[in-house]
Design a protein around this ligand. Structure first.
Ligand code: C2E
Ligand code: MG
Ligand code: MG
Ligand code: MG
Length: 278
């Protein structure tokens, strides 16, 4: 009997697995079709100066917008699939182009904020990544400070001399380079010494309980001190509540993103806020 139920469990598992794989393949083929049709959008989440509440920069966040809305999926679902299938390379090219186009559009209206884009490891490993970044800035007549790069720790840990060299050159030009989700990847910190980083984005998970939990608070403060000592700008991700905001201000954090201030917004909406703020 035990054997039977074991076999059942196995067949249920394998059914789940094949359904899962089937869904993944479906998403991949629909993504491929959407690349042909440019069915993507960038939303922009403001990054706030906690000392005065003003918007100082923003992060571009990708949304998949196929004609049939039910065929879409959130970034946490479709981006890992795009990464495994290398579709992320075409998608990332679109993101770069679109962010540059937006930056030019805003600059024509006198808005000069940095747009930070997320970059996956397979994009960064493309031989022509840095060349395309430079060419795209030139095409839209943008200074290096117009487009920032967000990379995760895991990307930096495994990246080679070519990537290191490319990042160093961009950083020297004034490109802002952020470590995204800081604290959630590999625990080795030695890459901070090797790589030309300008910003640490502290992952939301550290902030969640920091106001109440002494333990989480200690972790947050240790990261903030580390960043200060290394002369890095600290950005906190995911401020949702007033008590989290007060906590961050007390710790001396100067920049944050989070639903308390704004969710990722359509370009037009953040533009309105930026024009109001002058
Ligand atoms: P991320 O780069 O760490 O982006 C921050 C995520 O946290 C975003 O999720 C954002 O909407 C969400 N967030 C911001 N404030 C809050 C808050 O107060 N509370 C909560 N609960 N969440 C908040 P989103 O837009 O779903 O993106 C998820 C991830 O997908 C991103 O994480 C990033 O890793 C990836 N991603 C997004 N756009 C791109 C892209 O253009 N290229 C690549 N390669 N990856 C991207
Ligand atoms: Mg990011
Ligand atoms: Mg993040
Ligand atoms: Mg993330």
């Amino acid at each position: 009997e035990a054997k039977d139920s074991g076999r059942n469990r196995y067949s249920i598992f394998s059914k789940d697995l094949s359904l899962f794989l089937h869904k993944q393949r479906n998403i991949a083929s629909r993504l491929r079709a959407s690349i042909q049709k440019n069915e993507f959008t960038l939303l922009y989440q403001p990054q706030i100066d906690l000392r005065n509440g003003s918007i100082i920069s923003c992060e571009a966040l990708l949304r998949w917008t196929p004609e049939v809305a039910e065929h879409s999926a959130p970034p946490d679902v479709f981006i890992p699939i795009a990464e495994r299938t290398d579709l992320i390379i075409s998608i990332g090219r679109w993101v770069l182009e679109e962010a540059c186009r937006q930056a030019r559009h805003w600059r024509n209206k006198g808005i000069e904020i940095c747009i930070h884009i997320n970059v996956s490891s397979s994009e960064l490993e493309q031989d022509d990544f840095f060349e395309r970044l430079t060419k795209c800035r030139e095409k839209y007549d943008l200074p290096p400070s117009a487009i920032g790069l967000e990379l995760t720790e895991n990307i930096l840990i495994k990246s080679d001399e070519q990537v290191l060299d490319g990042l160093q050159k961009q950083r020297a030009l004034g490109v802002e380079i952020s470590i995204d989700d800081f604290g959630t990847g590999y625990s080795s910190l030695s890459y901070l010494k090797r790589f030309p980083v300008s910003h640490l984005k502290i992952d939301r998970s550290f902030l969640e309980n920091a106001p109440e939990s002494e333990y989480d608070g200690a972790l947050m403060e240790a990261i903030v001190n580390l960043g200060r000592k290394l002369n890095l700008q600290i950005v906190v991700e995911g401020i949702e509540t007033q008590s989290q905001l007060t906590y961050c201000q007390n710790v001396g954090i100067e920049c944050a993103q989070g639903y308390l201030f704004a969710k990722p917004l359509p370009a037009k909406d953040i533009e309105t806020r930026l024009l109001e703020q002058g």
